[in-house]
Design a binder for this molecule. Structure first.
Ligand code: LER
Length: 294
């Protein structure tokens, strides 16, 4: 299986991310959905230089980026944002886009369930049609209830996929989120199987695979048995920042982040860490996945 990794967890020059992933044996990157942050041609040249593939991107649904926002104009802006992310993926040679339809961190409704569902179907359909020119598949990702009150389970994502009814829309599952929300995470993988566009990996505690309770050999075998053999395992671990006296002192991060990037990382319970610490986690992740059959 291919192993790739997100890059939103450590803001840094993208060339450092690409170099690190290549040196550790990753097959690719799933770049963060911030199209105006990157010089797409320069990134493509760096990917070619380090022989790394861009599998695609993931939506970064900051405040206001919300396909189910109660304000029509915010919904239209959000569709425009996703379309620009898709243009970036196309420019980088990717073929997938993981889409969280709503603002991450919003857990209260702003309209009726019926209206929100209708808005999401409309928005995802508009994005899917835009993606078709690039051959990009969209994976709808359910998140745990503490990050959204909209799509939390695989069957909801499948229902959304069916209602959108576009051939390039499927589902992305994430080991951390399904461990929280699914009655049987393995059954969720089996039931989603052929619809899977992407599969995000982090342990039950959102640390790198191998540092929690997931049986990674069983999880990877279940993915393969369910027909998910060509898609990547995409590392998206978010190392909890232990502020207690028990926590190891975080070394100076040695990197910069915008206020939005830092908030997004801290909202996920983590913080900036040093290149050395981050590289150690990235290395441990792929080593464990490979040892478990990836
Ligand atoms: C996105 O893939 C995800 O898992 C969220 O926790 C962050 O947006």
């Amino acid at each position: 299986m291919y192993v790739c990794m997100h890059n939103w967890m450590r803001p840094e020059p993208i060339e450092r991310t690409i170099e690190r992933l290549s040196s550790l044996g990753y097959d690719g990157i799933q770049i963060m959905g911030e199209p105006r942050k990157y010089d797409w041609q320069a990134v493509k040249a760096q990917l070619d230089k380090y022989h790394l593939k861009c599998f695609g991107a993931v939506s970064i649904m900051l405040a206001g980026r919300d396909l189910i926002h109660q304000d029509y104009y915010y919904r239209q802006m959000s569709i425009a944002y996703v379309k620009e992310c898709l243009d970036m993926v196309g420019a980088l040679g990717g073929n997938m886009f993981t889409l969280v339809p709503n603002e991450v961190g919003r857990v209260t409704p702003r309209a009726t369930p019926e209206l929100e569902w209708e808005w999401a179907v409309e928005g995802v359909r508009a994005c899917a049609k835009h993606a078709q020119q690039y051959g990009i598949r969209i994976g709808l990702e359910p998140l745990n209830r503490f990050e959204t009150n909209f799509l939390n389970r695989h069957d909801q994502a499948i229902k959304m996929m069916q209602d959108v009814n576009e051939p390039n829309v499927g589902v992305c599952l994430d080991a951390f989120h399904i461990n929280i929300e699914e009655a049987d995470p393995y059954q969720a993988i089996r039931a989603t199987g052929k619809h899977l566009v992407d599969f995000h990996v982090a342990d039950n505690n959102r640390r790198p695979p191998g540092e929690g309770t997931w049986d990674w050999a069983k999880l990877i075998a279940t993915l393969k048995e369910s027909g998910y053999t060509e898609g990547p395992l995409t590392a998206e671990f978010v190392v909890p920042f232990d502020r207690s006296p028990l926590g190891a002192q975080m070394e100076d991060a040695g990197t910069e982040a915008s206020a939005e990037e830092l908030k997004f990382i801290r909202d996920h319970g983590s913080d900036l860490m040093s290149d050395a610490q981050y590289t150690k986690h990235c290395d441990a992740a792929i080593k464990h996945l490979r040892a478990c059959g990836a």
